[in-house]
Design a protein around this ligand. Sequence first.
Ligand SMILES: NC(=O)c1ccc[n+]([C@@H]2O[C@H](COP(=O)([O-])OP(=O)(O)OC[C@H]3O[C@@H](n4cnc5c(N)ncnc54)[C@H](OP(=O)(O)O)[C@@H]3O)[C@@H](O)[C@H]2O)c1
Length: 353
Amino acid sequence: MKRIALLGLTGSIGRQAVEVIDASPELELAAAASGSRPIDGLAPLTQVGGDLTELLERAQPDLVLNAVVGFAGLPATLWALERGVDLALANKESLVAAGALALAAQGRGGGGLLPVDSEHSAAFQCLEGRSRESVDSLVLTASGGPFRGRTGDELADVTPEEALAHPTWNMGPKITVDSATLANKGLELIEAHFLFGLDYDRIEVVVHPTSIVHALVRFRDGAAIAHFGYPDMRVPISYALTYPERAATPIPPLDLAAGLTLEFEAPDLETFPLLGLAREAGEDGGTQPCAFNAANEVAVAAFLEGRLPFLGIAEVVAETLAVVDGSPARDLDDLVEADAEARRLAERSLAAA
Ligand SMILES: NC(=O)c1ccc[n+]([C@@H]2O[C@H](COP(=O)([O-])OP(=O)(O)OC[C@H]3O[C@@H](n4cnc5c(N)ncnc54)[C@H](OP(=O)(O)O)[C@@H]3O)[C@@H](O)[C@H]2O)c1
């Protein structure tokens, strides 16, 4: 029996994870947390808000599923990695912000780090058992979001409701807006760099509107291995929770004869500049990825509250990245300070917008 602590139970990933856990006799929900919504009685141990590592200390789980949204998920990520407790990571923001510190903690703790993001779960599976020398490059796919194909002019007045209408995935509001701006793929690019130890010039992003191919790895011998599946987060959640087994899920087998459309195109980096800004932040290193994430969180919240136009999200992030210090974080205190500084600068840029 694997005892699971599920952080972010009330969210999109959290609710799907409960389905996966309920369906598997080998998985037990030992503890659960949310940010503010009540969860009494849904697990033997629960916590709403506050320091989630207190819940983890009480629960001593076999695996932490971190499905909190945003930088708020960082302490739980570091708690699990430092102690060698297996971590199923949906909270990409923590790895983006704290990549080097997180990997150092994992090196000390020695536990597993299993990606829940569908692209990274796919890449993990394509890469498993292969030497890094045999890998030529990794390709992450992006649906392109609801605004694929639009021009900048056509995006000037889009509303949060339009941005929240994702064509292929049903997700929480922050990641859905990130998908519409392509910031999500930028976060995933940085996440992939840390997870798989690949330089940025060996990670490519292509738009694939039907979200059937989740990732593809090209090898030096000319072969490419891709991961196919219907877009349903219960698959990567189940894979991370039951790894190295592969539990059954209710997802139907892929029907190739039903007319799957496999189209790929280059992302429009001019109309959606956040993907390029993320790549630059990743290449610059230090706390630039942390600042990218912090400024993006501030800007997305402002957009959802109607305080910032859609195109303003990228402007706030660009202005913040241009002025942050960006030097590497020696420890968690440094990182928390870098995150706070970027938030202050992003708020200043918002106020001027
Ligand atoms: N949804 C997807 O399909 C998907 C796919 C890949 C990756 N991810 C990643 O998974 C994470 C969660 O995404 P989501 O779509 O599930 O988000 P969501 O629906 O907005 O859910 C977020 C969860 O985090 C909790 N939370 C927020 N702030 C918290 C805090 N300070 N302390 C404790 N809990 C807090 C929320 O609790 P309350 O309900 O109480 O606010 C909620 O349970 C994100 O990092 C996202 O990028 C999601």
